[in-house]
Ligand binder design. Structure first.
Ligand code: ARG
Length: 271
């Protein structure tokens, strides 16, 4: 029963709410920053139609997929993007911006592709073309360790819930009646507000959730029954050449064992 209801709500994700969130994202304070990346500093932005660089757009607040280590942006998605750049015979440049502005940025030629732990949704599919999926994930709920009142997604009704603006977690709670949603530019900020008692829960992707609660006894991740989501890389609609290249890279990485190596580098494989 409960599961069915959730499934319905999740199917609803990607109908309309996204564009609203994205508009909100655009109207916000976000000035896309020049990618502080793995290449030399202050390089001119690569034209999207080719040149020395291939540009990945991301939001580097999503460990282990993309995050900052010092001034460098690293992570699972960055490794895949490096393989894409190598195959394309270009240098990788990274544009780090608000998650909610990535699709608009892609369609404004600020980047060649988005690699940002981005889940495939029906609504997004109307705005971009997605590669074959490269990772399966789901949403989870983070609550205070001593909170017994929230066990499942249905318990979020009547609660204050923090999310990262424009994410599927945002779409889920914003599409659920009776939930007071607080949208943050960065998921770590939502978790801070949970610790401060300003929100009751945070809805976010499973792997980043694990990282965010690691080593902290005052918050915990609930294993609530959300449906699965699949991460894929996005290109502009009709950019078939790049899409084919990306799909062939994903396939090759899986075939030649590189995918597993990248996985082991960023995930706990013992458990
Ligand atoms: N998977 C979720 C979505 O597609 C969240 C992705 C957030 N990614 C990020 N790099 N901050 O909406």
């Amino acid at each position: 029963m409960k599961k069915n209801k959730l499934l319905k709500v999740l199917t609803f994700i990607g109908t309309g709410m996204l564009s609203m969130s994205m508009l909100a994202g655009c109207a916000g304070n976000s000035t896309p920053q020049a990618g502080n990346n793995n290449t030399a500093s202050e390089q001119p932005k690569a034209p999207a139609d080719g040149g020395k660089y291939i540009v990945m757009g991301t939001n580097a607040e999503f460990e282990p997929f993309e995050y900052r280590e010092g001034s460098e942006i690293v992570g699972f998605d960055v490794e895949i993007a490096k393989a894409i750049a190598a195959k394309a015979g270009k240098e990788l440049k990274i544009e780090d911006m608000e998650f909610g502005t990535l699709i608009v940025g892609l369609n404004n030629n600020q980047m060649d592709f988005i690699a940002a732990g981005m889940s495939v949704t029906e609504e997004r599919k109307t705005q971009v073309d997605f590669s074959n999926p490269y990772f399966t994930s789901k949403q989870v709920i983070i609550v205070k360790a001593d909170d017994g009142s929230i066990q499942t997604a249905d318990d979020l009704v009547g609660k204050k819930v923090g999310v990262q603006l424009g994410t599927t977690g945002d779409l889920f709670v914003s599409g659920t009646d009776g939930v007071e949603v607080l949208q943050f530019d960065k998921a770590p900020l939502a978790v801070m507000e949970l610790k401060n008692g300003k929100v009751d829960a945070v809805v976010i992707d499973a792997e980043p959730a694990k990282r965010l609660v690691e080593g902290q006894d005052d918050i915990k991740v609930l294993d609530a029954p959300f449906t699965e989501e699949e991460y894929a890389i996005a290109v502009r609609k009709g950019d078939k050449e790049l899409l084919d290249l990306i799909n062939s890279v994903i396939e090759e990485l899986k075939q030649n064992g590189e995918y597993d190596k990248i996985f082991e580098k960023f995930f706990d494989v013992e458990e």
